[in-house]
Design a protein around this ligand. Structure first.
Ligand code: NAD
Length: 359
């Protein structure tokens, strides 16, 4: 079973990401730290019927007192109103600072449960058990936790590392193809910014149908590789002030698209796909990215049936205005990540007026 170590030095926190098959049915050993404590599992209505009993049973086998709170599924759940419901559940369950919040689900559950864990009592202990490909390769690692604001994605958030991440790859068997694709968008992103071999591997495996079968022999390796890349960035830049921003490749436009179209209409990973093709085009126009790079990325995304173009009805001016509110806004511009080639990238600030032209 691959184990990836994450060291977040400023937060004096080192933790392991355990990656394996059937982990949710044999996690009691990993959950030993919960012995004698309460553990509130936060999950959603789709994941609960599939994996909540297993998670509860393992926590109880580890000697914890487990309870659960089930959220509605989907991006609209990542909001203040649902956060308040989680706080109520934590108060009702008498969760103290020695106790645990366990996020069981995709990135939505991980982000909102993590933000609750970070802020409730100024911080209770936190475990991530991600069940989507996107959460396994990205959102469960690195400690970014957040909820959305009606005017911007992830505007309310914090850095709060989990003390354990448990990735059971078998949970991906119940994930629908669209969600798998959204996760693959982030995997392709890792290939674009830092790992050319991963990009080429994904290029070779590309299949519109039976994506999971095509990837199955490589899946553990792909997940571990992505987690290792993320761990490296977190170690070097835990608070996203420098090199970690490279992980935002494609995200500047992606967040604006998600916000403009309404949270949940375009999946986050899908929006990232459109954002990556756009950012490659901006890089080409600015002479930073070699010509033809955008087309290469587009081909790989299309091979997996992923979206590459934004809805033409979204005006440049509107998107530029939403992007100006993004976390990555800097002065009158927006910090963007551009590729210098497949497998390498750099950050640059694109001014508002220039951005509107590029869009
Ligand atoms: P999600 O959490 O909404 O999950 C997608 C859907 O799959 C949901 O309907 C969920 O109920 C269902 N599901 C989850 N696991 C399942 C399983 N094993 N079988 C069947 N159905 C399952 O979406 P997501 O794509 O996992 O995460 C997207 C969120 O992650 C966004 O809010 C994004 O902003 C956030 N994110 C955070 C970070 C970070 O660093 N914190 C990084 C990337 C993305």
């Amino acid at each position: 079973m691959p184990i990836v170590k994450v060291e977040a030095p400023e937060q004096a926190n080192t933790y392991d990401i355990h990656i394996g098959h059937g982990l949710l049915k044999k996690a009691a050993g990993l959950l030993e730290r919960c012995r004698g404590h309460r553990a509130m599992i936060v999950t959603d209505e789709n994941v609960a019927p599939l994996y909540l009993d297993a998670m509860k049973a393992q926590l109880e086998a580890a000697g914890a007192q487990a309870s659960a709170f089930v959220l509605p599924a989907g991006e609209t759940t990542k909001c203040m109103a649902q956060l308040e419901r989680i706080y109520d559940a934590l108060i009702d369950a008498h969760i103290t600072r020695q106790d645990f919040v366990v996020a069981l689900g995709g990135g939505v559950v991980g982000d909102i449960a993590g933000y609750a864990a970070c802020t409730y009592l100024r911080g209770v202990r936190f475990i991530q058990a991600p069940t989507t490909l996107l959460a396994q390769v990205d959102s469960s690692v690195g400690g970014k936790v957040a909820v959305n604001h009606p005017r911007g994605k992830n505007l309310l958030g914090a850095f709060y590392q989990p003390e354990l991440v448990m990735i059971d790859c078998d949970t991906l068997k119940t994930l629908d193809a669209r969600q798998v694709g959204a996760g693959l968008g982030e995997v392709i992103k890792y290939g674009c910014i830092l790992d050319r071999k991963l990009f080429e591997l994904l290029n070779r495996c590309g299949s519109r149908v039976r994506v999971m079968e095509a990837l199955a022999p490589e899946l553990d390796e792909i997940i571990a590789r992505c987690c290792a890349i993320k761990a490296r960035y977190v170690h070097e830049d835990p608070h996203d002030h420098g090199v970690r921003m490279q992980l935002n490749f494609g995200h500047t436009l992606a967040h604006a698209l998600e916000n403009t179209m309404g949270y949940g209409v375009l999946l986050h990973g899908e929006a990232v796909c459109i954002g990556m093709v756009a950012a490659a085009g901006w890089g080409e126009a600015l002479g930073v990215t070699p010509a033809g790079t955008g087309a290469r990325i587009e081909r790989v995304l299309r091979a997996y049936g992923l979206p590459t173009e934004r809805d033409e009805r979204l005006t440049r001016a509107h998107l530029a205005a939403v992007m100006a509110l993004d976390k990555k806004a800097e002065g009158d511009g927006v910090r963007c990540v551009l590729l210098t080639k497949i497998g390498a990238c750099t950050g640059t600030v694109i001014r508002g007026a220039q951005l509107e032209v590029l869009l």
